[in-house]
Design a protein around this ligand. Structure first.
Ligand code: GLT
Ligand code: MN
Ligand code: MN
Length: 412
């Protein structure tokens, strides 16, 4: 039995932490080896996650209801699941659809070459939306894992994009007609399981969304590992999604660079990038779920799965506290103020173009040599940040000590 350490980082319902049924339910199979853990029943997952302090669970249609279940079986499974949600005060904030497991999707779902398969994919998604709405979900994720190719000669990418767009437009209409009020969140990934997946990054998704009939209904669900697989800076991607008003959901996990999609425990590898991510999520006022799309190492038994789940949530809360300390650290803040002050103000009015301003700007002279000479104290700032994350700074005692060092003009 996993012991919940009760301290300030202990997860609570109000932290809004969620897990997919498929995450803690992952059985540790990989392309080279068999499953190592037994299946966990969805109501049991609900109970265990609730005891650990999670707010909710998310699911694909087939995480709960098997692909070939009869209507009577479906009703029974859904009723038992709803009872568990009620008994353990758990929510289903997000639902999604599995368009990747069944062999029918071997060449894609919305972008399959076969029109009947494309129609089946839309039908399956509408039914998954019915299920999600019934469970109270407000976000519907679409991850196009099979929407891609190994052989570009096999499919015109423009046709694929057209089918993809038509599919999502169709589902937006269904959403409006049924009054489900879902926000769709599109999740990008560069490759795996396909050799190349269409709309490979969150940036591609954001551009694609603007070409849809109802762009307001559609945002993104970026996943840490998927952007890092492309060698991208996740923090920057999230900032762009927030800036566009499109961060409808997020998949938190971790990833070693240059590997397959590892879906590691949140913060297990990229502590500094995840610190900046948490700082951004907290300071930007993101109000959506904090969803972990990760799974335990294959080495683990069931107890290891719950240690994994607790670890994801604790690390988030620890990084949240670190973000608070960063905002209150006198030396870091003084350095940031200095950097800002040295940056000067927008004296040429670049915030808004006018003909007059442009002609003044063209006539202005710049002391390029002096401007180019100025160094920036980013080494010091980054070292202070590193020390704060590593726990050398930040406690009340440390802050007092630091304040007096700063006053005394000491170099830290
Ligand atoms: C699958 C994938 C995830 C997606 C899930 C949603 S399914 O586990 O690896 O990244 O978020 O479809
Ligand atoms: Mn994901
Ligand atoms: Mn992943």
């Amino acid at each position: 039995m996993t012991k919940v350490i009760a301290d300030q980082f202990t997860p609570k319902k109000e932290d809004r932490f969620t897990f997919g049924l498929w995450t803690v339910g992952n059985r540790g199979g990989d392309p080279f080896g068999d499953r190592v853990r037994t299946a966990l029943a969805p109501p049991y997952i609900v109970k265990k996650l609730s005891e650990l302090g999670a707010y909710g669970v998310n699911l694909h249609d087939n995480d709960l209801v098997p692909f070939d279940a009869t209507p009577a079986e479906t009703d029974k499974i859904v009723a038992e699941f709803k009872k568990a949600l009620k008994d353990y005060d758990m929510k289903v904030p997000m639902a999604t659809v599995n368009l990747f497991y069944h062999p029918i999707f071997r060449d894609g779902a919305f972008t399959a070459s076969n029109a009947k398969i494309r129609a089946f994919a839309i039908q399956k998604t509408m039914k998954a939306m019915d299920l999600g709405a019934d469970l109270g979900a407000s976000v519907f994720v679409l991850w196009g894992g099979r929407e891609g190719v190994e052989v570009d000669a096999s499919k015109n990418a423009l046709d694929a994009l057209k089918w993809y767009r038509e599919g999502i437009n169709y589902l937006c209409e269904y959403n409006a007609e049924q009054k489900y009020n879902f926000k769709f969140a599109l999740e990008a990934k560069p490759n795996e399981p396909r050799g190349d997946i269409y709309l490979a990054t969150t940036g591609h998704m954001l551009a694609f969304i603007e070409t849809l009939d109802q762009p307001k209904m559609v945002g993104v669900n970026p996943e840490v590992a998927h952007e890092q697989m492309s060698g991208l800076n996740f923090y920057h991607g999230i900032a762009q999604a927030i800036d566009a008003g499109k961060l409808y959901h997020i998949d938190l996990n971790d990833q070693k660079p240059g590997r397959y999609d590892q879906d590691l425990r949140f913060g297990s590898e990229s502590i500094k990038p995840m610190f900046h991510l948490v700082r951004l999520l907290e300071e930007s006022g993101y109000k959506g779920s904090l969803h972990f799309d990760a799974h335990a190492y294959r080495t683990e038994d069931e107890e290891g799965v719950w240690s994994f789940a607790l670890g994801c949530m604790r690390t988030y809360n620890i990084l949240k506290e670190k973000a608070r300390q960063f905002a209150g650290d006198p030396e870091i803040q003084e350095l940031l103020r200095d950097i800002k002050a040295a940056g000067g103000t927008d004296e040429y009015g670049l915030n808004k173009y006018s003909k007059d301003k442009a002609s003044k700007l063209k006539a202005a002279t710049f002391d390029t040599e002096a401007l180019a000479k100025r160094g920036l104290p980013y080494e010091k700032l980054d070292q202070l940040t590193t020390e704060l994350i590593l726990g050398v700074r930040g406690s009340a005692a440390n802050s007092d000590q630091l304040r007096s060092q700063v006053k005394a003009g000491a170099r830290v």
